[in-house]
Design a protein around this ligand. Structure first.
Ligand code: ADP
Ligand code: MG
Length: 265
């Protein structure tokens, strides 16, 4: 079977897209799945934690697989991930930014470069997770065009109804023009502060906005916990951390993974 592909998106930075991609990938690997993560953010945060060995600045990466100027195919740039069963399409900074600029002026078909590249390796995986950049630019459009489902990652307090509307409008355009199969697999609320009154009231607002549009907020919410940041930074799965708290948090990601995959079944 060919891989199911999900893009983790939010045009805001710092909401937890990369962190969530990392822990969802871990959950899938633990289930014995073959997983590929794609680092579509020129900042390369996911690459720095998910690749088994440090990726050098001048090493071939996603940019080379997307640019018409580079000879590499995607299979040539994939590197082993931290865990058996995980591979990474790495990003080493500057170059992906220049491909984004190339895509701005490229003509027809520019939105399909990633899906075309992934089609060459999709049979080797069960699951492909695309960690999008904090923007709605051509790189993100490529991510959405390649995906079966979008996972929206957000803070409970940051997401104005307006921000949600903007992302959903982009998803709809991509669905209309480039990728009719695209759906929203779910909304993951990250760094939730359940003990604060403002956390709770923002959450209600967000749930109402989402559900009014027929979208699902995935339960349970992911709380704000230092161990999530620490484990990610240390390139460790939550199950590998060794505390009961971390293990329980890891199980939330496993649950979200199942919900997301069900949505695209
Ligand atoms: P994005 O990819 O959307 O820019 P990141 O995944 O890089 O966001 O997360 C931003 C910061 O928040 C990072 O420092 C990360 O460690 C931290 N973080 C993410 N999720 C959580 C969480 N649930 N609890 C605590 N810290 C988190
Ligand atoms: Mg990120």
């Amino acid at each position: 079977m060919t891989a199911r592909i999900f893009a983790l998106c939010n045009q805001k930075g710092g909401v937890g897209k990369s962190t969530t991609t990392f822990h969802l990938a871990r959950a899938a690997v633990l289930q014995g799945r073959r997983v590929l993560v794609v680092d579509l953010d020129p900042q390369g945060n996911l690459t720095s934690v998910a690749a088994r060995e440090a990726v050098e600045e001048d090493q071939a990466g996603l940019a080379d697989a997307l640019s018409t100027r580079a000879p590499e195919g995607i299979a040539d740039v994939i590197v082993p991930g931290l865990w058996d069963g995980l591979d990474v399409v790495p990003t080493s900074g500057v170059t992906l930014g220049s491909v984004r600029d190339e895509l701005v002026i490229a003509g027809a078909g520019r939105e399909g470069r990633l899906v075309e590249a992934l089609s060459k390796v999709a049979d080797n995986y069960d699951l492909i997770l695309i960690d999008c950049a904090p923007s709605l630019d051509q790189l993100t459009i490529n991510g959405l065009t390649a995906a079966h489902g979008v996972v929206v990652v957000t803070h409970s307090k940051l997401w104005s109804a307006n921000g949600l509307a903007q992302l959903l409008a982009t998803i709809e355009s991509v669905r209309d023009y480039y990728n009719p199969k695209l759906g929203v697999a779910g909304i993951i609320i990250n760094q939730h502060e359940e003990q604060t009154v403002s956390g709770r009231s923002w959450l209600e607002e967000l749930r109402t906005a989402a559900e009014g549009r027929g979208l699902r907020v995935l339960d349970p919410l992911i709380p704000k916990r230092v161990v999530i940041a620490d484990a990610t930074e240390a390139a460790r799965g939550l199950d590998e951390w060794g505390s009961a708290e971390a293990t329980a948090l890891g199980e939330i990601y496993a649950k979200h993974l199942s919900s997301i995959e069900e949505s695209a079944a």
